[in-house]
Design a protein around this ligand. Sequence first.
Ligand code: GUN
Length: 292
Amino acid sequence: MSGSITTLLDGDAYAALLRQDMAKRVAVLASSGRTPKLVTLLVGDHPASRAYIARKHADCAELGILSDDLRLASTTDQPRLMAEIERLNRDSSVSGFLVQLPLPDHLDAAEALEAVSPAKDVDGLHPVNLGHLMAGTPGLLPCTPHAILRLLSHHCINVAGKHVAIIGRGALVGRPLAMLLSLRGIDATVTLLNSATPDLAGFTKAADIVISAAGVPRLVEAAMIRPGTTVVGVGISYDADGTMISDIADDVADIAGACTPRRGSVGAVTRAMLLENLIAIAEADQALSKGL
Ligand code: GUN
């Protein structure tokens, strides 16, 4: 134990505040007959995906956002999936939609994500939106990287000039997060690592902020960080009896300066960022219709 108090990066509490603010923006849109509508598209019945989607729809209900929970059978083929995405692209009553990942193995996720209209891409995962982020002209942002940045900022943890070590180079979190944090104006110094990086601890010990999105159980241990480091756990995995395990070992909280709680935290903020993208799309549509 370090004896000092570790700040808990409580994403659930922060997300509740964000939802309160967003509900006001939704009410303004609704008053002019432009209530935003989210559609989620799930292929198959991946249990974790069903739980994630249920939470997204619960958030929508709380905010007064319309939402549809579309399900396709696990045997759905690629042409049928592509036809559904095209239909959602054309449906003017849909402000934004997402294809829940992972898709069943026989389907091509990259082709599906690329087929989503970039203007309706609430996930911020379309190559056009990722390309804008890469080019330094960000538009709709990927939700988990955006959530991490906002969660840190809410707790007054400044990333500018700090050394941030990100473990995990996945397309959903690690890689876009590296781009986001290194944007001009955000100004973090980023090291992008992966679970096979030799001497991982050498890098994490040198960092002011360690973010793990690797999905490797207890990958980050107390011995790998300096006292006072900010540690954010995003990656999760499951043991044989289905218990969720964080990338961050329990003993990290004893020496970190700030740390996400053992069970989830970023997830609620990620969902809030999804709705922020949706509301931004609906507000832009409204401005366009008024000729602003
Ligand atoms: N599966 C797990 N996280 C996500 C996400 O952020 N977006 C989508 N579409 N699927 C996911």
